[in-house]
Design a protein around this ligand. Structure first.
Ligand SMILES: Nc1ncnc2c1ncn2[C@@H]1O[C@H](COP(=O)(O)OP(=O)(O)OP(=O)(O)O)[C@@H](O)[C@H]1O
Length: 297
């Protein structure tokens, strides 16, 4: 059996070669309207290599619309998106994915009847690199590429600790494991930017902690740039390097968890959600205390 490789050796395609100080992604003045509704109203931010960047905001604030603009689902009326120095806007979702932007979907987009292994192999489809005839005859480059892809997928399965489920149809799996497979499918694409769309939505505490650990390991091992949209404020305050807060499509704050959670406008936007809204300052203080405690260990 092949030895387990560190993720950085398995997924070499994720490494980016950006000059110091240059962002992986640069978003300028993005505007997206649906008739009279401005879903995204002048949003700008950048994401650096190895950065976990979060976008938060109350329901309907425009977070999903921003993701849809980045991944080519929507074409914004105004603005510019530069990814590794090239324009991304106007490209179709499959072309955006081929350029290196993968998305882990909130509503898991896997094939329920296929096994974990086959779902992850589908994530490799843009890396096949051989013609149809060679593929059908299982010769030469096709055979080599298939074996390479298989090995990469097995490494991802090991990394995500889902070996026990590899031959099972995804439809049979518990929700938390499905979300891990969804993350694995996105990783299998060897992205240079990973979009995490509510990665812990619907998860219990233990599943959330596991997912948080995988996200942190991905950042450390691959130095991957990631953008996360998430309602779990504890997770966001704990993991994110920087946070963009949007409300009614407009950016209202951008900065570290500490800065953002003390911003009066952000507190107002969240308190406006009612008594059940998250207490951002408590979440940020708890996250800081945990980080300090971990550093002292
Ligand atoms: N396809 C669409 N057609 C019309 N309006 C839309 C469409 N998609 C989003 N909107 C509107 O744009 C605004 C922003 O929606 P969006 O889904 O981006 O918010 P969100 O912050 O992701 O919300 P949530 O946290 O509830 O998922 C909302 O007013 C929404 O109704």
């Amino acid at each position: 059996m092949a030895q387990i490789r560190p993720l950085s050796e398995a997924l070499t395609g994720t490494s980016v070669d950006v000059p110091a100080g240059q962002p992986v992604l640069q978003v300028d003045d993005l505007v997206l309207r649906f008739g009279g509704t401005t879903a995204v109203g002048g949003v700008s931010f950048d994401v650096q290599r190895g950065e976990l960047f979060a976008v938060i905001g109350p329901n309907g604030a425009g977070k999903t619309s921003i993701f849809n603009c980045l991944s080519g689902v929507y074409r914004p009326q105004e603005g510019r998106v530069r990814f590794l120095g090239e324009d991304l806007l106007g490209l179709k979702p499959d072309v955006v994915a081929d350029r290196g932007v993968a998305r882990m979907f909130q509503n898991i987009e896997l094939f329920d009847n296929l096994t974990v292994l086959d779902n992850l192999m589908l994530g490799r489809h843009q890396h096949v690199g051989y013609g149809m005839l060679a593929g059908m005859l299982w010769v030469g480059r096709a055979k080599r590429a298939e074996l390479d892809n298989r090995r990469i997928v097995e490494d991802i399965i090991d990394f995500l600790e889902i070996e026990a489920f590899r031959k099972l149809p995804v439809g049979m799996l518990p929700y938390g494991v499905k979300k891990r497979v969804e993350l694995g499918r996105a990783l299998a694409m060897e992205p240079k930017l990973l979009l995490l769309d509510e990665p812990v939505a619907g998860m219990n505490v233990e599943e959330t902690e596991d997912m948080a650990r995988f996200i942190l390991d991905i950042r450390t091992e691959l130095e991957l740039a990631m953008i996360m949209v998430e309602h779990d404020m504890g997770l966001v305050m704990d993991l994110a390097d920087r946070i963009l807060v949007v409300d009614f499509g407009k950016p209202i704050a951008l900065g570290t968890p500490d800065v953002v959670s003390n911003d009066p406008e952000v507190i107002r936007a969240y308190l406006g959600e009612g008594d059940d809204g998250p207490d951002l300052q408590t979440e940020a203080a708890t996250a800081a205390a945990v980080t300090t405690e971990e550093a002292g260990r």
